[in-house]
Structures are given as structure tokens and as C-alpha cells.
Design a protein around this ligand. Sequence first.
Ligand code: SF4
Ligand code: SF4
Ligand code: SF4
Length: 518
Amino acid sequence: MKLAYLRKIRIVVSIIFLLSIAIVFLDITNFLPASFINYITFLQFIPSIIKFTNLFLPMSFGFIIVIILTLLFGRVYCSSICPLGTIQDFSSYTAQKNNKKKKFTFSKESFWLRYSVLGITIVSILSGSLFLINLLDPYSNSGRIFAQLFNPLVTLLNNLIAFSLEKFNIYFIYPIEIKAFYISAASFPLIFLVIVLYVSYKRGRLYCNTICPVGTLLGLISKFTIFKLRIDKTSCEGCGICARVCKAECIEKTTKEIDFSRCVACYNCLDVCPSDSINYNFISLNSSQKTSDESRRNFLSRTSMLFIGLTTTAISQIKIIPKKDSKVAIKKNSFASPPGSKTIDHFNSNCTACHLCITACPTKVLQPSIVEYGIFNIFQPFMDYKTNYCNYDCVACSEVCPTSAIQTVTSEQKKSIQIGKAIFVKENCIVETENTACGACSEHCPTKAVMMVDYKGNLKIPEVTNKYCVGCGACEHACPTKPYKAIYIDGNVTHQVAEIKPTEKLDQKIDYKEEFPF
Ligand code: SF4
Ligand code: SF4
Ligand code: SF4
């Protein structure tokens, strides 16, 4: 039976999945609704398992569907749903386009490497560490590639177009500020991408069949697959064309066997067999925001440096420039984790560092950690108040996280989640060191946890009431002192409940009987 259409379907489906993931991670204007993002990430295997173990909710059983699909048809997750799989296919395809004589040959499976990586990964997860899965999970790696490499490029391109159109008084595309770009956080995805592209250029899906723990696990499950590709040994002429196009290198020409644990269900072989000897059969288990044009214009002129790279964080801090350096070094006992993550422990043991929340965060206060949570939690997002602060009303990260490392909270709930507390260091504050009026922290504090109180003469100095502080970091971000901040956020290891400050009523009594003065 000719089944060439299966390959075409696989190509279309894999492009749809890859494009959808790309759109989600490259949505630089945060236009996409969270529900759409949740649909797109629903079938991603590792995030779905983690979410399911946390929530047992219908929106978290995507991995069960993947297992059912694997039991029915083999590793279709690897061929179509996994974004990293499709990225590798582009590289293999380019290799074949560039070199018409390029062919794959059967190779023995790296049994020990494959199953050792899977075993060690499972043991490390069971012992509470996501370190290995964060480094190896194909979805999270793709997320980091899109978030850390392509998202900044798309933003630069957008700004270049906006800047060019602005010359013709066209403003429907507006510039997006690049809040931060950390080489350290971008280098791992870059190195990973280069290696994966090189390996797939040379050896097809070698990564999927030696290193990827998801591939190995689904390979084990696919031993029980119901519909399998099988070579009809009687009609097969032994030409080996199928083995030459098999990017999983799992068709052995001499024995006419397919190693189904490594077959990634790409169906390339179905297409090329001259004697139609490859069948796809049922095999029983037994047999086998809006801005005005004016403000956009101002923004453009302010941020023309975007075109060469980064903005600094100084934009909101240009009002007061300290004359002296601050002297008292600050030491955070803990860095804050995003609102909704409950405890840093919960966050660290559920986040796969896919960086979806980083791209969804409108203020970009979420940035990849390097050592902030310890090296074993590298790349998991932390609240980086150098970059920006957390919007008082925003819950974007909690709505998109596919693993529930950040659990969904409403905007109202979030207003009383205290992820950290502000600490004031008087010796660094320019009111004290330079006898200058400031108050940037108090001005930016959305909860009024920082108030300016009488100090020397006419000067006022900040005073923090911790029970009202939510740890949003607006004060730390706004504080102009350098190199050490005079106010900073110490993260809460377990998130607490902040009190809402009662709104002050005006004392002034109004005498309504008083006659109108004119
Ligand atoms: S809640 Fe805060 S950290 Fe999360 S997306 Fe919004 S601004 Fe960013
Ligand atoms: S917290 Fe962010 S990086 Fe971690 S799994 Fe959730 S969305 Fe991905
Ligand atoms: S004191 Fe700072 S961290 Fe606390 S709520 Fe106010 S601005 Fe946010």
C-alpha cells in the first residue's frame, strides 16, 4: 500500500507545531492570550508531566495523550510535536539539499549512553533536582533558543522597521525596549543550538536517539506500539534506499529490520521504497499596548541606541544622579521567585527553564538565573530588579507557565502575595550621603510600603513598613545609588501574605453650609 501521504502529513503537522511554538516565544508585543499559549504548550511532554503531578487538572494531561499517540503510532511526538525535532529536521534537510549524495547509514544504538542518561535523569528528578532535565529537555531547550536568541533578534528587527517607518510618519509599528540581554544566559542555548544543528547535519536524529531523555523514554514505550512500520522481507529487494533516507539511522539493510525504539516516525522510508515493501500495519502486542504617535516619537528618539544593542536600566532613573558611590555592600539572603511560585523550593523543583514566562513577562523583570538559585537550578527565571520591576496588576507569567512552577493567581490575589521584602540601607541613601532630596523609591512603590518621613531640616528619608511590601522591586529598580542600592529586595523563601494598606481619608472637614465664596 502506498502511504507516502503520511510523510506529507507529518511535515505539515510538524511545521504547524514549530510555528506555533515560535509565535508564542516571539510574541514581542505580548499580544497572544494566555489560553492560546496554554493550548500550544499542552502537549509538551515534560512540562505536562510536571504540571500534572502538581495539579491533576484537565489542562495538564497532555503527556497522557502523547503516551497514547506513542502506543498507537510510535514516536510521533519526536517527529511532529517536539520543536527541537523539527529544528533538527531542517538541518538534515539542508544537508541533503547541499549534498545530493548525502546518505544515512544504519548505526548500532548507543545502548549504555542512552539508558544511562535516562536513568540518571529519572534518579535526579526523583531526588528533587531538575538540573539534568532542564539541560536536556527538548521543549525547554527550544524555548531558550527562541527566548534568548531569536526573541531579541525579532525585537531588533521590529525596532529597525519602526525606526525606518517613523521617518515617513508611519507609527503602526512601535519600538519595543530591550530591557536586558545577558550573554551568559544566551551562550548555553547558542552552544546547544550549534551542536544540535551540526550533529543533525551530519547524523540526523542522533541527539534524539542518544541523549534526549524524552526520546529514550518514548522509544521504550514505542516497543509496544500497535501500528508499526515493517519491512516485508519477501518482497524487499534489499536495495537499502530506505536506510539511506532514515535520519534515525535505525533501518538495518541486511536483516531488513527497523529498530522501532529509535524510529522517529518520519515516514521518509515509506516514500522511497521502489517495491512498496514497507508497510504500516496493525501489529498485535503478541506479534511484536497602545501608545500615542507623539510618545512613540519620543520613545524612538530616546531609544535609538536599541539598534546597536541594549538599553540600560537608567531610563527611569535619569532624574537623580548621585555624585558619590554608595559604600555599604548589600547581600541578598535569597533572590525572589515570581508571584504564584509559592516557595523557592516549589519553583526550583518544578521549573524546566523553558523561558516562556520570560518572554510573556511584559516588564522583563524575569531573567534567567546563573547562580542566583544555585548552579543546579541554572537558567530558572528570577526577579531581576536591575532589569525592571514586577507590575502590581500583572499575572502574565502565572498564566502561561506550562509546568505550574508558577501557579495561576488572579490579579487580586497577586496584590497580597509577598515574594520578598524591601530592606532600606540608610548609609547608601543619597538623602543621608549627599543631603539631597530624593524619594524615588517611595514615588514608585505601588503599595505605599515606603513612605518619606521627616529627617534633617526640610529633608525627608524613606521608611519601610514591611507588612505592606509585596517585593515587586519598584523601589530597588528606581533607587539611583550606585554601585549598591539604598533599598533592595530580599526574597522570601516561602511567599507570605502582605497586608493592603488602608487608603488614607482626608482629615479636612468640609463645611457644606459655608457660603459659596463668590
Ligand atoms: S507578574 Fe511580575 S514577573 Fe510575572 S509576568 Fe507580570 S510583571 Fe512579570
Ligand atoms: S517558570 Fe517559566 S521557565 Fe519555568 S517552566 Fe514555567 S514558564 Fe518555563
Ligand atoms: S517597598 Fe518596594 S518592593 Fe515593597 S511594595 Fe513598595 S516598591 Fe514594591
